[in-house]
Design a protein around this ligand. Structure first.
Ligand code: HEM
Length: 265
C-alpha cells in the first residue's frame, strides 16, 4: 500500500514537473527550486525526530521517504548542474557540501542496516550503556586471576605476562578502527601471545592461562560491540552538521543568483 501510494506520488510529481517545464521556461530555475525543496524536506527529518509526539507518520515511513527523496535529489542535482564542474570557490564549497552530505548519508545508511547484524554475528550483543560496566568487570576478573595465579602455582610468569602484555588492553576500548574494518587481526595477535607464553609455563599453570584467554576474547567482543555502537551513534555527528552547512550555502546561493542573475537558480 505504502509503495503504491509512493509510486502515485512520484507519478503526479513527474506530471506536474513536466507541465511546469513547458510553462516556467528556464530549467535551472525549476530544478533549483525542486532541489531546494528536496533538501529542506531531507533536513526536516531532524525536526520530525524532535516533534516525535506529533502524529507525523512513523519513523520507518520517514526513513523510507528520506532515502527515496535523497536519491531523487542526487538525480536533480546532476540535472541542475548539467554535470559541469563547479566554477569558483563558492560553487566548489556548495558542490562538495552536497556531495559530502549525500555520501555521509549513504555510508550511515549502510552502517545502520548492516552493523546490528554484524555485531550479532560476532558474539553476545551488549547494549551501549553496559559496555563500560562489562569491560570493567572483565578487567577486575583478569587482575584477580593474575594475582591468584601467583598464590595458586607459586610462579609469576602469568602475572608478569598479564602486566607486560595485557594490562593496558584490558584497561580501555582498543583497536576501534581495526574492528570496524571487520579484521581479525586482534584475535590473531592474542592467539599468538597466548601460544608463545604457554611454551614457558608448566602444565599446572595452563588452567589459569586458559581462563585469562577466555577473558581476553570476551574483552575483544566488548571492543567490537563498542566500536560498532560508537559508529552507529557518531556518523550522525558528521551528517547533521553537513546538512546545516548545506542549508546555509543553499541560502547564499539563492540570494546570490537572484541578486545578480534576476531569476534563474
Ligand atoms: C542532501 C542530502 C541529505 C540531507 C540534507 C540529509 C539530512 C538528514 C537529517 C537532517 C537527518 C536527521 C538526523 C537526526 O536528527 O537524527 C538525517 C538522517 C539520516 N539520513 Fe540523511 N540526508 C541526506 C542524504 C541522505 C542519504 C543519501 C541517505 C542514504 C541513502 C541518508 C540516510 C540517512 C539516515 C540512515 C539517517 C538516520 C536515520 C535514523 O537514525 O533514524 N541521508 N539525514
Amino acid at each position: 500500500m505504502n509503495k503504491a501510494l509512493f509510486a502515485l506520488f512520484c507519478l503526479l510529481l513527474s506530471w506536474w514537473w513536466w507541465l511546469s517545464l513547458e510553462r516556467i521556461g528556464p530549467v535551472a530555475s525549476l530544478t533549483g527550486w525542486t532541489l531546494t525543496g528536496c533538501t529542506l524536506f531531507l533536513a526536516a527529518y531532524q525536526l520530525r525526530k524532535w516533534l516525535s509526539i506529533l502524529p507525523l507518520g512513523s519513523a520507518q515511513q520517514w526513513m523510507q521517504l528520506h532515502v527515496w527523496i535523497s536519491f531523487m535529489a542526487a538525480f536533480i542535482f546532476f540535472w541542475h548542474t548539467g554535470l559541469r564542474l563547479p566554477d569558483g570557490l563558492f560553487e566548489w564549497a556548495l558542490y562538495s557540501c552536497f556531495a559530502a552530505t549525500w555520501m555521509s548519508g549513504c555510508l550511515g545508511w549502510i552502517v545502520t542496516t548492516t552493523m546490528p547484524r554484524r555485531l550479532a554475528r560476532h558474539g553476545d550483543v551488549i547494549i551501549a550503556d553496559e559496555i563500560p560496566v562489562i569491560r570493567r568487570q572483565l578487567q577486575l576478573a583478569a587482575d584477580q586471576l593474575a594475582l591468584d595465579s601467583v598464590s595458586d602455582t607459586g610462579s609469576t610468569t602469568l602475572a608478569e605476562f598479564y602486566q607486560r602484555r595485557l594490562a593496558s588492553f584490558f584497561g580501555k576500548q582498543t583497536h576501534r578502527w581495526v574492528h570496524l574494518t571487520g579484521s581479525r587481526r586482534v584475535h590473531a595477535w592474542l592467539d599468538q601471545e597466548f601460544a608463545q607464553i604457554q611454551r614457558f609455563m608448566a602444565e599446572p599453570e595452563w588452567k589459569n592461562l586458559n581462563q585469562l584467554r577466555e577473558l581476553a576474547f570476551a574483552k575483544i567482543n566488548t571492543d567490537v560491540q563498542g566500536a560498532g555502537t560508537w559508529l552507529l551513534r557518531r556518523w550522525l555527528f558528521v551528517h547533521i552538521p553537513l546538512t546545516h552547512a548545506l542549508i546555509v550555502l543553499i541560502g547564499f546561493h539563492i540570494f546570490w543568483v537572484y541578486l545578480f542573475n534576476a531569476g534563474s537558480i
